[in-house]
Design a protein around this ligand. Structure first.
Ligand code: NAD
Ligand code: ZN
Length: 359
């Protein structure tokens, strides 16, 4: 069957559009127990953005730390239980932050109406009921989590998303001024996630014109942000990067990611390495699979004077490497896209091990 995806229902874009949030929420406030839950990256504690939140009496605000481990199933279950125990079912939920907060917001909105642990819903179309109305407001760009139909969570046995039509945000607010404060390294690592999404989606068996159209435009915007004259962390480039992230997300949605993401999931699972950082460490060594993309990536690294760690595998145990290979090998959809239906004839565990040992 062909890919048949639900897109974000509503999207507002433009510098300063965050101020429309109150108006956007107005009609939705009448549903369920008539309060909103704001999940906000704790970077914003004490920052002006908090004053601009359209909080009303009864609303809940939760500050969430996103600088450590990636979102976990246990974290979502605990948050859901706390919201329901405190005030019952909210009218809606608003996530403000990076890919971590986007995923936490999407997953919590679903788990508020679905019983049991989020662990049992890791996978495709396992969610039983529509979640509550949910809004995504990205404050760092690159993952495409604002547009994707998955909420990636690390559980006891796997790192896998809650993926279904209901995961997709009902509304997103793309205000480029919100990403101005992103630290330089995160700006690069997270932005490169969209670059890698496009290179991978456009190099493989599932590539198609629909996916490529988004991919080409996203890559052009990435070059303007990270490579061409005028590149760097500027207000105009923030406008471009926010759109690049959205288009990169759509490019991969209608195709698939490949070798870098398969290896990256293994690394994140075993070492807790953050997704975008892990991708940069791995992509840096994937000339064999993506020669042009890796060459351009290295130019971007040099141009922006960014540090990408190398020689880290010397500290890994054999057991850790074997576990990474297990996780990586199980991502059959990525391997089928990258290498073809007969990927198991073309790839061995030893080859994956050799790739990891290059890191
Ligand atoms: P993040 O949410 O992990 O945040 C990275 C850091 O930037 C944090 O320390 C955060 O506090 C800080 N930050 C965020 N906005 C800021 C701002 N405006 N100013 C200053 N600091 C700011 O960032 P990310 O890289 O966007 O997300 C990574 C997560 O996204 C991973 O958990 C990964 O699994 C997930 N992901 C999801 C999808 C999807 O489709 N659902 C796709 C790719 C990655
Ligand atoms: Zn990614």
């Amino acid at each position: 069957m062909f890919k048949n995806f639900k897109s974000v229902s509503k999207c507002v874009y433009g510098v300063g559009c965050f101020k429309d949030l109150g108006k956007i929420l107005e009609d939705k406030r009448k549903e369920n127990n008539q309060f909103m839950v704001f999940l906000v990256d704790d970077y914003f504690l004490g920052k002006p953005l908090i004053e601009q939140l359209p909080l009303e009496e009864g609303d809940m605000i939760e500050y969430i730390y996103a600088g450590g481990e990636e979102p976990k199933t246990s974290q979502i279950d605990e948050l859901r239980d706390r919201i329901l125990a405190t005030k019952g079912l909210p009218a809606g939920l608003i996530g403000i932050g990076g890919g971590s907060l986007m995923d936490i917001a999407k997953a919590t909105a679903l788990m508020l109406t679905n019983e049991g642990s989020s662990v049992q819903y890791q996978g495709l179309n396992l969610i039983k009921k529509e979640g509550v109305y949910h809004v995504g407001i990205p404050t760092i760009s690159g993952t495409g989590a604002e547009v994707s139909m998955t909420a990636v969570l690390t559980g006891p046995t796997k790192k896998l998303g809650l993926k279904c039509d209901w995961t997709v945000f009902d509304q997103i607010i793309l205000d480029p001024s919100l990403i101005a404060s992103v630290p330089r390294n995160d700006w690069f690592y997270t932005g490169m996630d969209t670059y890698i999404h496009c290179i991978e989606s456009m190099t493989g068996h599932l590539k198609n014109t629909f996916s490529e159209a988004y991919g080409y435009k996203s890559l052009d915007l990435c070059r303007e942000v990270y490579l061409n004259d005028g590149c760097g962390q500027t207000a105009i480039n923030d406008e471009k990067l926010m759109v690049a992230s959205y288009f990169g997300g759509l490019s991969l949605t209608y195709s698939e990611v490949g070798v870098c993401h398969a290896l990256s999931y293994g690394m994140s699972y075993v070492f807790g390495t953050r997704h975008c950082f892990a991708n940069c460490i791995i992509f840096n060594q994937l000339e064999d699979y993506y020669p042009e993309g890796v060459k351009e990536f290295k130019e971007m690294v040099r141009k922006n004077d960014i540090f990408i760690p190398q020689n880290i595998s010397k500290d890994w145990t054999n057991a850790q490497i074997e576990k990474m290979i297990d996780i990586c090998w199980a991502l059959t959809h990525m391997w089928k896209h990258a290498l073809g239906e007969d990927w198991e004839q073309k790839l061995t565990r030893q080859q994956i091990k050799d790739l990891y040992l290059r890191m």
